[in-house]
Write a protein that binds this ligand. Structure first.
Ligand SMILES: NC(=O)c1ccc[n+]([C@@H]2O[C@H](COP(=O)([O-])OP(=O)(O)OC[C@H]3O[C@@H](n4cnc5c(N)ncnc54)[C@H](O)[C@@H]3O)[C@@H](O)[C@H]2O)c1
Ligand SMILES: O=P(O)(O)OC[C@H](O)CO
Length: 333
């Protein structure tokens, strides 16, 4: 048992398990909530999570549980469920931890809520922070150097509580107060990574991918500005940093999904076959809807939405390329 209070992690998928591994790397006790009893058992008895993070041998100070009530009185809890399940999981906790650190990347379908809106409504007594950045789970679990944005709604006072509990020699959080910006970066880059995967699947070349990253970033900035995010936040780890990572590697589930779509895979079948989450596929429709409602031009996001609805990739690309020529800084394009 370490001298520190245990940290809680909700969600034993790849990212929740990697964060638990990173947090326990100094011997700290970590309590990890797993939905599936067999996942909890494997973590407790074999120190493995074969379905979600097969590469890691987990630290023995990680204890898994299926009982959400165990998290209600904790000081610090990291919420790492898929975005569409956050509300349901928080509702079952039966109490509010002091600090709730949101690590999911997505927008809630149906409501258009960001995760910090979901959390503030579900647990108004918790202080919310957002942890987001370029973070492939298997690299963090392996102890490779990683930096993230830690956006604290409670400002410096909350940072002073969270930073020592979360930072490790190879895991560097950077302070921000822009919770909305941190969330928007992580949510939108997933959709843009699908688009970059499609470019790869269709073999459209590296020029096209770089163009998509730059034009996609312009869409991220436009949407962010409309939602009150600071452009400097989106230029940082949780925006541009994560966009570059996720748009350039088949280690990304979103990129890989896009690649399979570009290679002619059927969108519905690809989604039905998954156990792991490609958040961009859930975010694209709701993001497209929000952008349409607010009159924000997001042609790449709309193209991904069409592809996920079953449109033929070659036709979607043709349509994107046929759009009128305009100024690079044209806000309506
Ligand atoms: N994997 C990464 O490298 C990574 C990095 C940063 C952020 N994220 C984000 O973290 C979040 C979780 O992703 P992940 O990669 O850990 O998941 P994952 O794809 O590895 O696993 C899916 C998870 O969803 C859970 N789940 C399925 N149905 C559920 C339900 N009804 N209620 C609650 N949970 C349910 C499963 O138990 C499992 O933990 C996502 O928002 C993702 O974008 C992932
Ligand atoms: O595998 P992805 O596409 O969900 O991306 C994982 C992380 O968000 C990368 O920062």
């Amino acid at each position: 048992m370490s001298a520190h209070r245990p940290v809680g992690v909700l969600g034993a998928g790849a990212w929740g398990t990697a964060l638990a591994q990173m947090l326990s790397s100094d011997g700290r006790d970590v309590l990890l909530w797993a939905l599936e009893p067999e996942v909890a058992d494997e973590i407790n008895f074999s120190h493995r999570n074969t379905p979600y993070l097969p590469s890691a041998r987990l630290n023995p100070t990680i204890r898994a549980t299926g009982d959400l009530a165990e998290f209600a009185d904790m000081e610090i809890v990291l919420a790492v469920t898929p975005a569409q399940h956050l509300d349901g999981v928080l509702a079952k906790m039966g109490g509010a931890p002091r600090d709730l650190v949101l690590c999911s990347k997505g927008i809630e379908a149906g409501t258009g809520r960001l995760m910090n809106d979901v959390a503030k409504e579900a647990l108004p007594d918790s202080e919310v922070a957002v942890l987001s950045g370029p973070t492939f789970a298997h690299e963090v679990a392996a102890g490779l150097p990683t930096a993230v944005t830690l956006a604290c709604s409670g400002g410096r006072a909350q940072w002073d509580r969270l930073a020592p509990a979360i930072a490790r020699p190879a895991f560097r959080p950077y302070f921000s107060e822009d919770v909305t910006g941190a969330e928007i970066g992580g949510s939108i880059k997933n959709v843009l990574a699908i688009a970059c995967g499609v470019v790869e699947g269709l073999r459209l070349g590296q020029n096209a991918r770089a163009a998509l990253i730059a034009r996609g970033y312009a869409e991220m900035l436009r949407f962010g500005e409309a939602m009150g995010a600071e452009p400097e936040t989106l230029a940082g780890l949780c925006g541009l940093g994560d966009l570059v990572l996720t748009c350039s590697s088949t280690s990304s589930r979103n990129f890989s999904l896009g690649k399979a779509l570009g290679e002619g895979g059927d969108a519905a079948a690809l989604m039905a076959d998954r156990r792991t989450v490609a958040e961009g596929a859930h975010t694209a429709p709701v993001l497209h809807e929000l952008a349409e409602k607010r009159g924000i031009a997001m042609p790449i996001v709309s193209a991904v939405n069409m592809l996920l609805g079953g449109a033929a990739p070659a036709q979607v690309v043709e349509k994107l390329l046929a759009r009128p020529l305009t100024a690079e800084r044209d806000e309506s394009a």
